[in-house]
Design a protein around this ligand. Structure first.
Ligand code: SF4
Length: 63
């Protein structure tokens, strides 16, 4: 599983980092950075939670 981040849509809320700080970070402008290309199976639930709680729908699961 992969997560695509649309950095043009991100509104810098940081929810994804709060859900999974090992999978997501924010750059100096607060815009999301996906840290992991292939999400490990045991991290998929956290990744899905981050996608669900992103207020701007910037994150998309790509299988
Ligand atoms: S939760 Fe969404 S809007 Fe907030 S920093 Fe992450 S990707 Fe950006």
């Amino acid at each position: 599983m992969k997560v695509h981040a649309d950095r043009d849509v991100c509104i810098q809320s940081g929810n994804c980092v709060m859900c999974a700080d090992n999978l997501f970070d924010q750059d100096d402008d607060g815009i999301v950075v996906v840290l992991v290309d292939d999400i490990p199976a045991d991290e998929e639930d956290k990744a899905r939670e981050a996608v669900r709680f992103c207020p701007s729908q910037a994150l998309t699961i790509v299988d």
